[in-house]
Design a protein around this ligand. Structure first.
Ligand SMILES: [Zn+2]
Ligand SMILES: [Zn+2]
Ligand SMILES: [Zn+2]
Length: 252
């Protein structure tokens, strides 16, 4: 399975609008971070985790021609609000795209994007989702998707395990049950916002400690703010832990 890091930035994206800090003004392309998302590819199937506000640019950058399914982690705008740009993929496949969400995210999508679930729309049409509520592990395109809960402040967020790969964005707590479900994972993606602590995201130090505890062979951090200069912070990370960056592709 190939993992493409579509975006690795926090909710504002990096650079931040109007900011003149060194990271925002940096020439290093690794300091340009779209809103966080990954694409998983196997057997010519493309599955995206979340559709944030940079989804359209991310699809163009990687010349993605089709999407077979969408997995949603939670309903925050930086993970959801590119949903409308699924429409080209719906038009091309001539039908709705299967999408999976926990009950709270399911409700929010049905409410915020109510027009996409109406049968009749006048004019250009809308994205169409075949939206399902997740209830435990499920089979998708020949693989088993294991949803797990991580805590994002008081909000439960869905993390996903697919084989030896796990994706845990937007969290500052990993419940014991999820720790067990992560056992033996080879490649882990984990939220690491910035050096300074935060009430709903792991800081870099906290994320390093959790990554050690989970013990994946390789851990990649995502959801970084403009406080994180890629080269400086990445160099200081221990072996087996590194910052992801937009466009990074790995095979797992
Ligand atoms: Zn987020
Ligand atoms: Zn900045
Ligand atoms: Zn969030």
């Amino acid at each position: 399975m190939r993992v493409t890091f579509l975006g690795t930035g926090t909710s504002t994206g990096v650079p931040v609008i109007g900011c003149d800090c060194d990271v925002c003004k940096s020439d290093d392309p690794k300091n340009r971070r779209g809103r966080v998302s990954v694409m998983l590819t196997w057997d010519d199937n493309n599955v995206v985790i979340d559709t944030g506000p940079d989804f359209r640019e991310q699809m163009l950058r990687h010349d993605v021609k089709h999407i077979e399914a969408v997995l949603y982690t939670h309903s925050h705008a930086d993970h959801l609000h590119g949903l409308d740009d699924l429409r080209m993929f719906c038009f091309r496949r001539g039908g709705p795209i299967p999408a999976y969400a926990d009950p709270a995210t399911f409700e929010r999508i049905r409410r915020v994007f109510d027009y996409t679930f109406q049968t009749k729309t006048e004019g250009g049409g809308t994205a169409k989702l075949e939206l399902e509520q997740m209830n435990g592990s499920f089979e998708l395109l020949g693989r088993t998707i294991v949803p797990m809960i991580v805590m994002h402040g008081s909000l439960p967020v869905t993390a996903f395990r697919v084989g030896d790969f796990a994706y845990c964005t937007d969290c500052n707590g990993v419940p014991d049950e999820t720790m067990q479900a992560l056992e033996g994972v080879d490649v882990l993606v984990l939220d690491a916002l910035r050096e300074k602590p935060h009430s709903t995201h792991f800081s870099i130090d906290e994320a390093v400690a959790v990554a050690r505890k989970i013990g994946a062979r390789q851990t990649y951090f995502v959801h970084m703010t403009h406080d994180v200069d890629h080269a400086t912070v990445n160099d200081a990370l221990p072996d087996g832990v590194e910052l992801a960056y937009d466009g990074l592709q790995i095979d797992v």
